[in-house]
Design a protein around this ligand. Structure first.
Ligand code: SF4
Ligand code: SF4
Length: 91
């Protein structure tokens, strides 16, 4: 699935507004880095050399796992405007 998603590109301005923004300050002191371990798409990796999270937007399926698991509230989440993007609901 990741290979298929990587073929997508996000040139549309609406997609530019959709992002997961990570608070690197909090991530630096995060011991678990649990978001990197549980992303089903492996979009998030910890760059030990530069002490930052690397995030590959194209492979993100907007499942929300990273935001739910982060106990430091370090992920700012914004959907594209006009109801675009993927939303999952618990039933
Ligand atoms: S779990 Fe939260 S604080 Fe820890 S690395 Fe991931 S986003 Fe940063
Ligand atoms: S929303 Fe889901 S797929 Fe996207 S980075 Fe977070 S855990 Fe990974």
């Amino acid at each position: 699935m990741s290979e298929a998603l990587f073929k997508e590109s996000y040139n549309n301005r609406e997609y530019d507004r959709a992002y997961r923004k990570f608070d690197t300050k909090k991530c630096k002191t995060c011991e678990s880095k649990i978001c990197t371990l549980n992303c089903p798409q492996k979009c998030i990796t910890w760059d030990e050399k530069n002490l930052r999270l690397d995030f590959i937007y194209e492979c993100c399926v907007e499942c929300g796992t990273c935001a739910i698991l982060c106990n430091k509230n370090a992920i700012e989440w914004e959907y594209p405007t006009n109801g675009k993007g993927v939303a999952y609901f618990l039933s």
